[in-house]
Design a protein around this ligand. Sequence first.
Ligand code: VTB
Length: 327
Amino acid sequence: MESSVEIGFLRVTEKAAIAAARTMGYGKRKYSDQVAVESMREELGRLKMRGTVVIGEGERDKAPMLYVGEPLGRGWTEGEIYPEVDIAVDPLEGTNLCATGSANAIAVLAASEKGGLLNAPDIYMEKLVVGATAANTISLDNSVVENLGRMAEAYKRDVNELTIVVLDRERHHDLIGQIREAGARIKLISDGDLSAGISAAVRGTGVHGLMGIGGAPEGVLTAAAMRCLSGRMQGRLKPLEKWQEDRLKSMGFGDGKKVYSEKELASGNDIIFSATGVTDGDLLRGVRFFGGGIRTSSLFMSLKTNTIRFVDTIYREDGADLAVSFV
Ligand code: VTB
């Protein structure tokens, strides 16, 4: 990927985060999502690429923008030979979090060379995510107690010094019981298992793992982040309703029993991952508005160039006489 396109992706999530953050606390999650989607689509349209959405807002008939298969970027219409890029987006991960001003809403995008991101169906996925420290310790086929025991060993601590994030859902009743029984600490979240998964792969966030069932599209984005962070992920597609089972089969995913690694969910060699905080979170600060400028905090990574950047950007308003502060 060309570096101008690469860096363009950072701007894409920054702009989407700013758009969403302006609606923080409005109590209108759909509206918050819509402004993030519109912003993301507009910014992606400016990039010198022949992009295709592989993880997006849904099927073409349901989503007018950023639908799966939508062509994006300048190269598509102008007939110029810009690189082909597959794109996975979650313009506002945690729409409810933004609508209520709660922690950890983010704007996210991953990109890769053609075929490098799995076109996962919009159903659920059972996930297990850990950082590089605990790589090679986990398996969805092992018991929760076993996974936690091996993670604790890798972290050179007791199980009761691990913190596991789980989506607060009825379907996790048994899982939560097993984690409690094993003795690990739990952080129950109302939404946003993608940002929790990323936090699990960054030391110092106080999160050591993510367990449970969340969205499969978010799973592919998590996997892209794990590739760049040397984190580990396992995911198993989980149809919880009949239509999801049908969907799985119609998309050629068989019985859905397969366990995917992060490498299978995001197989590309040229992966770019960008996430910008909308509200303050474990890993990223939210968008801050102040007279004359806006400040964003992002995680921007490239697998090919092996770089992980924590980017702090200030957008200055034209003509504003802005005194920039250190933090
Ligand atoms: C999941 C999770 C997301 O929404 O998709 C969840 O992966 C929806 O789950 O991070 P439910 O159907 O159980 O509500 C998020 O939490 C936010 O988009």
